[in-house]
Every structure is written in C-alpha cells, then in structure tokens.
Design a protein around this ligand. Structure first.
Ligand SMILES: [Cu+2]
Length: 165
C-alpha cells in the first residue's frame, strides 16, 4: 500500500512537471537596496514571460535613482542616462507605486534624463516597480543611477540585467 502511494506521488509529480514545462516562468521578486554607490544585488536575472516585482529601498544618505537601458548617453562629458531605454524601446510601461516617500525637492537633474526613471530619497520609503517581461526585452541591459551629474554612475552605481528566453 505504501509503495503504491509513493508510485502514485511520483506519477502526480511527473504530470505536474510536464504541465509546467510549457507554462510561463514563476514570478520573480527582487529587493534592490541603493547606497553610496551601489545597487544590491548588483545583477538581476529575468526571463521572458515573467511577472517581475522590484522593490527599491534607499539605505544610503543621498537621493538615488534607477534607470534601465543600454549604451550610456554622455551630456557635457558626463554620463546622463542610457541611449536606449529598456522600457521605452520595447513599449513596456511599468507600474510604479511609491509608499512612505516624502515629497522630493526639485533637484534640477530631471531634464537631462531621458527614459524611465524612479528616484528615491533616503529613509523608510520604498518604490515598487512591476512589469511583465516581453520577448522584445530579451538580452543584456544595465541598471544605473545617474544622480549628481553622473557621479554616482562613475563611482560604480550600476548593475547588470540579464533577460533570457
Ligand atoms: Cu545614486
């Protein structure tokens, strides 16, 4: 009787695995901590078809931001964003929810940034970015913070985003 139960369990497992192989990948969640001057974790691995939830926190002392793209854009010899924005170039509009975030003062850098960007001041607040990975997004991308005229980016506030099929 016991052997039969185990055999039945294995059969059920095999059926479940077979059913899963053609279905979309499991959703993934990352919490990205921003400090001076790094993203932690420094790399994200995503899959086409995946529902992604990125929770941004800032445990540093300065305002930090995150942008996703490739090929750094230089403005007045300073890194100021990506030439190709990961979301804009693939027609993806992420949903962004900010919680417990104090109003930020204008710090006059916005105009130099093209593309999707979420900035977060230091403190208890967080921002949640949600999107579904589309086939157009497959490839290698970068995340970066270009605050303070690109000083953060130059200091190493960047990371890798790998999207596989
Ligand atoms: Cu930064």
């Amino acid at each position: 009787m016991k052997t039969l139960t185990i055999a039945a369990s294995i059969l059920i497992l095999a059926v479940v695995l077979a059913a899963c192989s053609g279905s979309p990948p499991e959703p993934v969640r990352y919490t990205i901590d921003m400090t001076e001057y790094a993203f932690s974790p420094p790399s994200l691995d995503l899959k086409v078809g995946q529902d992604v939830e990125l929770t941004l926190i800032n445990s540093g002392q300065l305002v930090h931001e995150v942008m996703f793209g490739k090929d750094v854009m230089m403005m007045n010899n300073r890194p100021s964003g990506f030439q190709t924005d990961m979301f804009e170039s693939t027609g993806t509009t992420p949903e962004v929810t900010m919680t417990n975030v104090m109003e930020m003062d204008e710090h006059g850098e916005e105009e130099t940034h093209a593309g999707f960007m979420v900035a977060l001041p230091q403190g208890e607040g967080q921002a949640v970015i949600k999107f579904k990975v589309t086939p157009q997004m497959a490839g290698e991308w970068e995340m970066g913070c270009f605050e303070q005229d690109g000083v953060h980016y130059d200091a190493g506030m960047k990371g890798k985003v790998t999207i596989s099929r």
